[in-house]
Design a protein around this ligand. Structure first.
Ligand SMILES: Cc1cc2nc3c(=O)[nH]c(=O)nc-3n(C[C@H](O)[C@H](O)[C@H](O)COP(=O)(O)OP(=O)(O)OC[C@H]3O[C@@H](n4cnc5c(N)ncnc54)[C@H](O)[C@@H]3O)c2cc1C
Length: 396
């Protein structure tokens, strides 16, 4: 296959760059490039700027508001966003629940939810994992019992990313416990304002509030919020996970972070010389850069073959993408050594213009390193992805 960009692709890239130059607010760009924390408003603001341009869901079919871009153009868009330092368009609506609604939802659900997802009118979160049901997701215990035109939902979800901001949650719930565990699961859309829902923060290693426990206590959910057929939710859940794993690869962001790593390695000295000139350290960077180039090529091979639903190769991308993201944070901390240790919440949250240590680049990096331990766990842990690769790709 030919991996060089055509003249049309290069012209498209210029268009994207011009849009980003003109529309990405500098305060958001500063936060992203400097690893500072983003607020709910930051995410929504950027999503809605992109939505006004009609580009918030490039992979969607045009009839629902997609762009009609080729896979290569979508890759260029993602790469340019990452290069510029845009906030991410969060995946829970656009890339996770929306493809499920398109593929398995009814016309009323499509008409109601898809335009709202496109414009980020609703903030979505993902209610899959439960205590004891992460890797073994099909063992989930949250129940939904039919009572007339409602389901009554009881149970607990956990690790629910940014649920504290959410308007809606898509949930896997058990609707039949008498059959094989995969066959008794349904896919429900639940309004987070419904009485009986409690969101409790889980504070992570970097002291940030990114994940939550979500409790359901006799929560009444209208039957029209069921996606597809009752007890077929496992099929829909697996369809969604392929989309989640492809998104986690984050090659564009890793390329930006590699540049950042090189920059700090050029600015920090060891034995009187910039670390970048240390042969052992520069060999580590070179090795990581080669891995990243190889991953990018693999991503391009996958996306040019992909029709709509990603297959088991998404697991490969997830494993390598997450490993590279973690290695980048490890090398950043190695550059800074003890300089990475001071923890400055005011600077991270934008309440102070500069880090109290005077080293703005260094202040967020220990938190970033700790935060990114998550990438080999979420979206299905890397060990589970390796099981999928051995079974479904290698046929072992
Ligand atoms: C930051 C973060 C955000 C998350 N966000 C969400 C979210 O928004 N919504 C949501 O639903 N979930 C979310 N998750 C949950 C995530 O999907 C689960 O943590 C993940 O699937 C692992 O499940 P677990 O935590 O229950 O670990 P377990 O399944 O208990 O696994 C523990 C360890 O055992 C290993 N292991 C388990 N089974 C096997 C096996 N068969 N073979 C080999 N090794 C195995 C695992 O790899 C892991 O190392 C998030 C997790 C994190 C860390």
């Amino acid at each position: 296959m030919d991996l060089t960009y055509t003249a049309a692709d290069l012209a498209f890239r210029d268009t994207v760059r011009a849009f980003l130059d003109a529309n990405l607010p500098s305060d958001l760009q500063k936060k992203v490039r400097n690893h500072l924390r983003l607020s709910r408003q930051d995410y929504v603001r950027w999503h809605q700027i992109v939505a006004r341009q009609g580009w918030s869901a490039p992979a969607w079919p045009v009839e629902y508001g997609g762009t009609g871009w080729t896979p290569t153009q979508r890759h260029i868009w993602e790469e340019e966003c990452a290069r510029s330092g845009t906030p991410p368009i969060l995946p829970f609506g656009v890339n996770m629940v929306a493809p499920v609604i398109m593929a398995f939802g009814n016309e009323a659900q499509k008409a109601h939810y898809l335009p709202r997802i496109l414009n980020c009118d609703d903030w979505w979160c993902q209610g899959y994992s439960e205590p004891g049901s992460g890797s073994d997701l099909a063992s989930l215990k949250t129940t939904a019992e039919r009572a007339g035109d409602h389901y009554i939902v009881n149970g607990q979800k956990t690790w629910t990313t940014l649920a504290q901001h959410a308007d809606m949650i898509f949930c896997l719930v058990r609707t039949d416990s008498t059959v094989r565990k995969q066959e008794g699961i349904s896919f429900l859309l639940i309004d987070m304002k419904t009485p009986g829902i409690t969101v409790r923060p889980i504070i992570m290693l970097d002291e940030d509030h990114e994940v939550n426990e979500v409790f359901f206590d006799n929560v009444k959910v209208p039957v029209q919020n069921l996606i597809g057929q009752e007890n077929k939710g496992w099929t829909y859940a697996k369809y969604l996970l392929g989309h989640e794993r492809t998104g986690i690869t984050a090659v564009g962001r890793s390329k930006r972070e590699l540049l950042f790593l090189k920059k700090i390695a050029a600015e920090h000295y060891k034995h009187g010389k910039p670390l970048m000139q240390d042969p052992v350290f520069s060999a580590k960077i070179a090795s990581l850069e080669i891995d990243l180039m190889a991953l990018e090529t693999t991503v391009l091979r996958v996306i040019t073959r992909e029709s709509h639903a990603p297959g088991p190769e998404a697991s490969m991308l997830k494993v390598r993408g997450s490993e590279i993201q973690q290695q980048l944070t490890e090398l950043m901390v190695e550059v800074l050594g003890p300089g990475a240790l001071p923890f400055d919440t005011d600077y991270l949250e934008g309440k102070a213009d500069h880090a109290v240590t005077g080293d703005d680049a260094a202040a967020p990096l220990a938190g970033y390193y700790f935060n990114y331990r998550k990438t080999s766990i979420y979206g299905g842990s890397n060990e589970i992805q390796k099981n999928i690769i051995t079974q479904m790709i290698l046929g072992l």
